[in-house]
Design a protein around this ligand. Structure first.
Ligand SMILES: *Cc1c(COP(=O)(O)O)cnc(C)c1O
Length: 430
């Protein structure tokens, strides 16, 4: 625990100097000072404990201070924290790339390690653009996506984010203008809407000559609105892109590594993209690392082009600490218990959130895998919601009209009850 005056001083310095995500300087709602985290609990400097229903932006799937991940990190730190990746290589990165190729859908054979999710989307888009350039198709420079997506905060990824959520109006003249089709019809299990299938097919057919790639989040649109859709639309995209010579990119940064109940969301549809982005849970939430995987066709196209190199190379590419923790996290996943855990979390979220359907102002309650969402008919008052949640010992970060949880897979039934009860009651007051 930290003394009251020391906490006040740290928060004063925070407000003076530290810019927090998606906010003005200083933040409108002052952040909470965290001192330690263990299991699913954050310990605040003032001694309070909060059950983390966010997994630190969906990444800490095995919880904090996981003994296996801690040991892997310490062991790697005792050998080598980092070396440049140009001209050098190392076992943690080699093992990681090999495991990713094994686990991800068929055909993805080559792995570019990145330092964040946004960068992995940048690399994915660069791969697609360069592939067509290398083949002499300089007209294929646009991306097509559906509305409601989120792909990161750097500029090219922003261009494929939802135009409203991504603030495209603010960036008109700066962002490349991509092609958008409507958001897919809501619901993982809702029947396929044939007119939406037509919309997808026609958009790709009509624009095939200028399209480098179709870029989507499969099955779950995360930060763009926590919406689920029928995996059948992914099969439609796979067929129509193959038929019309357009590449297909799946951004599984949010959905990868079991979150939706399948190891990868693409597995729900049984399709493989040409390019795949993973991140967030890759290192179990310990360190920043992401990866872009591609097929032999994409890699060969680039490597035989007029400029036969992929000109990208982050300073901390392939970081051994991050790679070692990622390997440990993937080892944990390969034990297979995540499947039962996610199924249990899904059942508890369904049970716990069901009463919210009767709360005035709640327009939708949806659960898929270890994702639980309450959608309201109004924007959540973040200050009121945070006060309500933290007073009950729960950490969540609602946004727009959504109160949602993406808890660590290891969260106990009792802690899931605490989280879901707090969500239902927060819906009543916020
Ligand atoms: C979080 C996220 C990103 C961006 O990843 P960062 O590591 O925050 O740069 C991209 N795409 C999706 C689907 C995400 O959820």
């Amino acid at each position: 625990m930290t003394s009251e005056p020391a906490i006040r001083e740290l928060l004063r310095l925070d407000a003076a100097h530290v810019w927090h995500p998606y906010g003005p300087m200083p933040a409108t709602v002052p952040p909470l000072l965290v001192e330690e985290a263990s299991g699913v609990r954050l310990r605040l400097a003032d001694g309070r404990e909060l059950v983390d229903g966010m997994s630190s932006w969906w990444a800490a799937i095995h919880g904090y201070r996981n003994p296996v991940l801690d040991a892997a990190l310490a062991e790697q730190a005792s050998r080598m924290s980092h070396v440049m990746f140009g001209g050098l290589t190392h076992e943690p990165a080699i093992r990681l790339a090999t495991t990713l190729v094994d686990l991800t859908p068929e055909g993805l054979e080559h792995v570019f390690l990145c330092d964040s999710g946004s960068v992995s989307v940048e690399v994915a888009l660069k791969m697609c653009l360069q592939y067509w350039r290398s083949l002499g198709r300089r007209d294929k420079v646009r991306m097509l996506t559906w509305r409601g997506g989120y792909h990161g905060d750097t500029f090219h990824p922003m261009s494929v984010c939802d135009p409203e959520g991504g603030m495209h109006a603010l960036w008109r003249g700066v962002l490349p203008e991509q092609l958008f089709v409507p958001t897919p019809p809501s619901g993982f299990g809702t029947p396929v809407d044939e007119s939406y299938v037509d919309t997808l097919v026609r958009a790709v057919e009509e624009h095939a000559d200028e399209l480098a790639a179709v870029v989507v989040e499969p099955v779950v649109q995360g930060a763009g609105g926590m919406r689920f859709h029928n995996p059948a639309y992914l099969r439609v995209l796979r067929e129509v892109t193959r038929e019309h010579d357009v590449l297909l990119v799946f951004d599984e940064i949010a959905t990868g590594f079991g979150r939706t109940g399948a190891l990868f969301a693409a597995d729900h549809a049984g399709v493989a993209p040409d390019v795949l982005c993973v991140g967030k849970a890759l290192t179990g939430g310990y360190l920043t690392m992401a990866a872009t995987l591609c097929t032999r066709r994409v890699a060969d196209g680039i490597s035989r082009g007029e400029v036969p190199v992929l000109a990208h190379g982050p300073t901390f590419m392939g970081n051994p600490l991050a790679a070692a923790v990622a390997n440990a996290s993937l080892d944990l996943l390969s034990e297979g218990t995540w499947r039962d855990e996610v199924r249990r979390v899904e059942r508890k979220l369904r049970e716990g959130l069901a009463p919210a359907a009767a709360v005035p102002g709640v327009v939708d309650v949806r659960v898929l895998g270890a994702i639980g969402v309450l959608q309201l008919d109004h924007a959540v008052d973040l200050a009121v919601a945070t006060e309500e949640l933290t007073s009950r010992g729960v950490w969540l970060r609602p946004f727009r009209d959504l109160i949602y949880t993406m808890p660590p897979y290891i969260t106990s039934d009792a802690d899931l009850e605490l989280v879901t009860e707090a969500m239902v009651d927060t819906a009543k007051v916020a």
